[in-house]
Design a binder for this molecule. Structure first.
Ligand code: ATP
Ligand code: MG
Length: 442
C-alpha cells in the first residue's frame, strides 16, 4: 500500500501539472494560429480565382493575410525586368510608407536581394537586429518574419513577407503553409501575365485588322475611281477613233466614191480622160491606207506581235523623233527579246508610250534617255529620263484621284498588277525619271 505522498512528491507533481498546462496553452495557441492562417489562405485562393488586376490582387491578398490575425502584417512587391511594378501592404499602416518609398526608389534587388536569391522560405527570427537598414524592421520587435520569392516556372515575380509570433516562424507546418500561399500567388501572377500578353496580342491583331480594312477601303475607292477612269478613257479612245475614221478614212472614201461615180455617170468614150480621173484615186487610196495603218498602230502596233518588243521600242523612238524633232532621244537597249516575258511586252510598250508622251506634253525637255535592260539580278528594267522642267511628285500624289490625269496612275497600275515596281522621281527644274522594274524574270 503506498503511503501518503510526501511534500516533495506533491511539489514535483504540481510542477509537472504546471508544465502540462503551459504546453496545452501553447498547443491551443498554435492550433488557433494555424486555423487563422488556413482561413486566410482560403480567402487568398478565392481572391486568386476572381481577381484579374495585379494591383488589386496583391492589395487584397495582403489584406486577407492579416484579416484573421493569422499574420501581424504582410507586404508584397511585384517586379519585372525594368523594376518594381507595384507594392502593397496590410498591417503596417503609416510605417509602411517609407518601406514602399524605399522599394520603389532603390528596387527589390537592393532591398531584398537575399530573399530573391533564396529558393525556399527565408525565416528571420529577429528582423529588428537582422535587417538594420529596413525602415519597418523596428516594428518586428519580438516577432519573427517569413519571406519568400514569388516564383513560377523559373520566373521570379516578386516577394511576399509576413510577420508572425517569433515562436511560429520556425514551425515546419507554418513554413509549409507559407510556401504554398507564395506558390499560389506566383501562379496567379503568371496567369495575369499570360492574360495581359494575350490581350496585347489581341490588341495588335485588332490594330492590324483595322489597318488592313482601312487600306482595303482606300484601295477599293481607288480601284473604283480607276475603273471609272478606264471606262472614260475607253470612251475617249472610241471617240478619237471615230473622229479619225470620220475625218480621215471617211473623207477619203467619200472622195473616192464621188470620183468613181463621176467617171461611171459620165459614161464617156474618152478613155484617156477616164484614165486620168481614175489615176487621181491612187494617192487617195494610198492616204486612206496610211490612215488605217496609223489608227491600228495607235491601238496596238502590229510590230509588237510581228517583230517583238525590241523592234517596237526602236520603231516607237523613230516615230517620236519624227514627230518631236526638237527632242533628242538616246537609247540604251541591253536586253534580248527572249528575256522579256510575253505578258510584259504590251505593258512595257504602254509605259514607254505614256512616259514619252508626258515628256513631249509637259517637260519642255530637249533630251530624253531611254534605257531598257536586264540587270544583274535578272530584273527587267525600263527607265525614261528627261532633262525638262520636272514637277512636284508628292504634291501630284496628294491631289485627289478624281482630279488628276490618268497617265501616271495607269503606268503604276499596269506595272504593279504585272508584279513590277513603279517609281517616278522628279523635282522642279531637275527633270523626271520614270522607272518600271520587274524582278527575277528568268
Ligand atoms: N516628264 C514630265 N515632266 C514634267 N511634268 C510631268 C512629266 N510627267 C508628268 N508630269 C506632270 O504630272 C502630271 C500628271 O501626269 P499624268 O500622265 O498622270 O497626267 P496627264 O499627262 O496630265 O494626263 P493624261 O496622261 O491622263 O492624258 C502632268 O499633268 C504633269 O504636270
Ligand atoms: Mg500623261
Amino acid at each position: 500500500m503506498p503511503g501518503n505522498p510526501t511534500y516533495g512528491e506533491l511539489e514535483q507533481r504540481v510542477k509537472v501539472l504546471e508544465k502540462n498546462a503551459v504546453e496545452l496553452r501553447q498547443t491551443k495557441e498554435r492550433i488557433r494560429h494555424l486555423n487563422a492562417v488556413l482561413s486566410s489562405i482560403r480567402n487568398v485562393s478565392r481572391m486568386i480565382a476572381k481577381e484579374k488586376n495585379q494591383d488589386r490582387l496583391i492589395r487584397e491578398i495582403c489584406r486577407s493575410l492579416i484579416e484573421n490575425r493569422g499574420y501581424y502584417n504582410a507586404w508584397m512587391a511585384v517586379k519585372d525586368n525594368s523594376g518594381i511594378l507595384c507594392v502593397a501592404e496590410a498591417g503596417l499602416g503609416r510605417d509602411g510608407i517609407p518601406l514602399i518609398e524605399k522599394l520603389t526608389n532603390s528596387g527589390l534587388e537592393n532591398c531584398c536581394g537575399n530573399v530573391l536569391s533564396c529558393p525556399g522560405i527565408l525565416t528571420i527570427q529577429n528582423p529588428a537586429s537582422f535587417c538594420t537598414d529596413c525602415p519597418v524592421s523596428h516594428i518586428y520587435e519580438g516577432r519573427g518574419a517569413m519571406a519568400a520569392r514569388l516564383e513560377h516556372s523559373g520566373k521570379i515575380y516578386g516577394i511576399l513577407t509576413v510577420s508572425v509570433p517569433e515562436a511560429f516562424s520556425t514551425d515546419p507546418e507554418e513554413k509549409a503553409l507559407f510556401q504554398d500561399v507564395a506558390a499560389d500567388i506566383a501562379f496567379a501572377l503568371r496567369n495575369i501575365e499570360v492574360e495581359e500578353e494575350r490581350r496585347q496580342t489581341e490588341d495588335k491583331l485588332r490594330d492590324a485588322r483595322d489597318e488592313l480594312e482601312r487600306r482595303v477601303r482606300e484601295r477599293t475607292v481607288e480601284l473604283e475611281l480607276l475603273s471609272s477612269k478606264l471606262l472614260n478613257a475607253q470612251e475617249e479612245e472610241r471617240k478619237r477613233i471615230a473622229g479619225d475614221l470620220h475625218d480621215g478614212i471617211g473623207q477619203s472614201l467619200s472622195a473616192i466614191k464621188f470620183m468613181l461615180e463621176t467617171v461611171l455617170e459620165r459614161n464617156s468614150t474618152d478613155a484617156a480622160a477616164d484614165f486620168a480621173s481614175l489615176k487621181t484615186l491612187v494617192p487617195m487610196l494610198q492616204k486612206a491606207s496610211e490612215e488605217v495603218r496609223t489608227i491600228v498602230m495607235n491601238l496596238r502596233p502590229s510590230v509588237l506581235d510581228d517583230l517583238g518588243i525590241l523592234a517596237t521600242v526602236g520603231w516607237f523612238c523613230r516615230q517620236f523623233r519624227t514627230v518631236y524633232s526638237f527632242i533628242r532621244v538616246e537609247e540604251d537597249i541591253d536586253i534580248r527579246e527572249k528575256d522579256v516575258p510575253d505578258p510584259l511586252k504590251t505593258i512595257i510598250f504602254r509605259v514607254l508610250q505614256e512616259a514619252m508622251n508626258n515628256v513631249a506634253k509637259h517637260s519642255h525637255a530637249d533630251c530624253v534617255w531611254l534605257s531598257f535592260k536586264k540587270n544583274r539580278n535578272a530584273a527587267v528594267e525600263l527607265l525614261i529620263e528627261d532633262n525638262g522642267d520636272g514637277f512636284d511628285v508628292p504634291a501630284f500624289l496628294s491631289v485627289r484621284s478624281s482630279e488628276k490625269g490618268f497617265g501616271i496612275t495607269g503606268m503604276k497600275e499596269r506595272t504593279e498588277l504585272s508584279g513590277g515596281i513603279f517609281e517616278i522621281c522628279s523635282a522642279a527644274s531637275a527633270g523626271t525619271v520614270v522607272r518600271a522594274l520587274w524582278p527575277h524574270q528568268r
